[in-house]
Design a protein around this ligand. Sequence first.
Ligand code: FAD
Length: 460
Amino acid sequence: MVAEAEYDVLILGAGSGGYACALRAAQLGLSVGLVEKGNLGGTCLHVGCIPTKALLHAAEVADSARESEKFGVQASLEGIDMAGVNAYKDGVVGRLFKGLTGLIKGRGITVIEGDGRLTGPHEVTVGDATHTGRHVVLATGSYSRSLPGLDIDGERVLSSEHALRLERVPASVIVLGGGVIGCEFASVWRSFGAEVTIIEALPRLVPTEDESSSKALERAFRKRGVVFRTGTPFQSVKTTDTGVAVTVEGGDVIEAELLLVAVGRGPVTDGLGYAEQGVAMERGFVTTDERCRTNVDGVYAVGDIVPGLQLAHRGFQQGIFVAEDIAGLSPTPIDELGIPRVTYSHPEVASVGLTETQAAEQFGAEQVESLTYDLGGNGKSQILATQGFVKLVRRSDGPVVGVHLVGDRVGELIGEAQLIYNWEAHVEDVAPLVHAHPTQNEALGEAHLALAGKPLHAHS
Ligand code: FAD
């Protein structure tokens, strides 16, 4: 502990984890210094969650226009004006950025602009100035990873950041990586009219999700004309005057105008003084305990630099947790499995808790039961013309340990699913709850009714 620190909490990085920590710490009466070399809000606000979801919404509007006849509406899709789409996207980001900047200022947080480096357990140096904090929070986030021999040039071979700045709809794209980010961009570009091929080394799209969710997304993508090659490792890429030629294992060559590299995100920790100050690291990530504490007294870490789910809401919650911990409120550690996960493609995939396979591994297959309720029986899903399901995984005679959802807009249902999981609700607790009709939420209620042995809009 330093006797005369400039701040109670000194935070390096103002992304989801860092700024949430700053806002909560200031609310608790602590003095806060927030070091940021880019824009307040970090990846999520500027080049992640928000702009991608704006693109996905524009894609949904395009799909609605294209499919309007299905609903008896005479409209047609004349084309995509990327300048207009980007103006809409940037407008959303701009408004949220302005709001966040105002909030940070309003709470009396000192923003220190510049590239920071940890130069002591209670010290961050920015340029010539050294700032001190009683507690230091590392929150420097993540960057788009590549593969050996794969050069992201920003012209033909793009990262997600480049993809967000594209000023045209490409005629064809290869998406390397069938995880969340890859599937979201594939979905957008397909809705905008591009030919899309996803290459994924693992056997299925969104490979960390329940197998049934992957299969449902694959079926829907196939129907939409998204081509995907799963179980197909990338080998090499050549750029040509007109595009890229990707060779995959086995020798097949796939050509397209652009290649998006979406093979995961690495931690931004290199050269920032963490290792030099004795902070324990593993493969570039910062190691913490369940209270987000590193091995160095007074130094915490939150967000994407900590191994685990790289999600904004995890960063927010860790940031809040650390602020409360520093303020002596003894908050409850975060259950990583209770963090909801959503892929906002068309259709969406959402989940919380264990997949059926994980539950079987953990409790034994005979101790695990699952039930799948098809959205075909859900009025609102029929109105929206979406297909998918709600799948519940529970321990026999125990609580629900996993909820898996597929369908347009099902990401909005994950809030209730998360409560069910985090409160260790039993099927009998949820089945009697009244869900408004007609909503997609009803499908969650129906699934619980069915698992309790009294299905309403499903066959017994
Ligand atoms: P970041 O948000 O990356 O913030 C780190 C900050 O630290 C940055 O502002 C950076 O400039 C700053 N920094 C780094 N080094 C220094 C330094 N030396 N000195 C000063 N400042 C520094 N998550 C979701 O939950 N939902 C989504 O829909 C979603 N969509 C995504 C889509 C894309 C395309 C991407 C790339 C990510 C998406 N994510 C999504 C993930 C989400 O953006 C991250 O999990 C989240 O931003 C992590 O927050 P963080 O605070 O750890 O890091």
